[in-house]
Design a protein around this ligand. Structure first.
Ligand code: CYC
Length: 164
């Protein structure tokens, strides 16, 4: 799994050199933000179920047509799959916060996602609605510190941009 550490070391190793001082600066910067990221990961984990439910609800509130016959949320089974998908993404957001890079999201949920959604006729805008809601509804400092909130918002921005 990619992180700034593994990327830096693999690049240095491929070239048979030591990490450069700018490599070390980016590792250092990443480590300096670790406490904020871990706080965000912990708060997200402790509120995970509520966050997923709100995200899914926001998606169906914005695009209520999804529950019409023939649409992507026209049965309880499909609605459950939708919340399950939001759940997958939020778990990967947690992993990405822990790792300190977008590797888990990229590798497991973003690479190929558009193609899967196109094939299954799932509008990616509805995923975006769920994650944008979850991002915007964060309340600092009630939910987490400002620094942790910055990390959380950045991770959700990343998904929103990738699926937009
Ligand atoms: C770990 C990463 C990961 C992701 C992200 C993932 C997504 C994912 N969602 C799927 C299905 C699905 N996803 C939805 C989701 C929705 N329904 C709606 O109304 C909304 C538009 C939307 C929620 C925002 C639905 C309805 C299906 C079933 C589609 C079908 O069977 O026709 C499928 C097809 C396989 C299946 O049916 O389970 C995948 C691969 N799977 C993974 O392993």
């Amino acid at each position: 799994m990619k992180s700034v550490m593994t990327t830096t070391i693999s690049a240095a190793d491929a070239a048979g050199r030591f990490p450069s001082s700018s490599d070390l600066e980016s590792v250092q910067g990443n480590i300096q933000r670790a406490a904020a990221r871990l706080e965000a990961a912990e708060k997200l984990a402790s509120n995970h179920e509520a966050v997923v439910k709100e995200g899914g609800d926001a998606c169906f509130a914005k695009y209520s047509y999804l529950k019409n016959p023939g649409e992507a949320g026209d049965s309880q089974e499909k609605v459950n799959k939708c919340y399950r998908d939001v759940d997958h993404y939020m778990r990967l957001v947690n992993y990405s916060l822990v790792v300190g890079g977008t590797g888990p999201l990229d590798e497991w949920a973003i690479a190929g996602a558009r193609e899967v959604y196109r094939t299954l006729n799932l509008p990616s805008a509805s995923y975006v609605a769920a994650f944008a809601f979850t991002r915007d509804r964060l309340c600092v400092p009630r939910d987490m510190s400002a620094q942790a909130g910055g990390e959380y918002v950045a991770a959700l921005d990343y998904i929103v941009n990738a699926l937009t």
